[in-house]
Unconditional design. Sequence first.
Length: 193
Amino acid sequence: HPFRAPAHTTHGGTLSTPTPPAETETALARRYRLELNTGTDTTSVWMLVPGVQEFAPKVEPTQQKSTTYDDEGWADSTVTELAWSIEAKLAHRCHPTTGVFNAAQEKLRLASETFGVASRVHVRYYDREGRDEAYEGYALATWEPDGGAADDLDTVKVTLTGKGPRKKITNPAAPAGGGTLTLAAASNTKEAA
């Protein structure tokens, strides 16, 4: 008779082998789209921030020790605050004829050089293929040109530090009628284009 591997047991029960996941494709880093509100707090006018070469959104928790005698010598911690930020590297974009810098990028640069309300920008970012990941919030901007040699491109490191909550929003790239975009639907859309 054929060889059968012994069943694994745990605390009197049989442990079954998990079903392999159906999600076998790796998402691409370029799936994010960053936009800046160039309108007002009451009337949003969203503009693409172009030239994104790297994009890293983060949420960092502050953890405070909350260990008591009841923990019997094991450390315990509690999350007491969340801070969000985005680090991005941008290719500094300008108009091919006039040489004027992109308006969204200029708004980020100017905000990084001011105080008070003028230093605050309203941003949103989301998965450009329509998945559920989509957020918006207010942030302070830091604009740091990378510099370089005569044959280098003009690139800039932009850090957006959250000022208040990062709010979950409906993804603007989600298919009409709701629902989430499936990979099959995405490939059909690309083929039709």
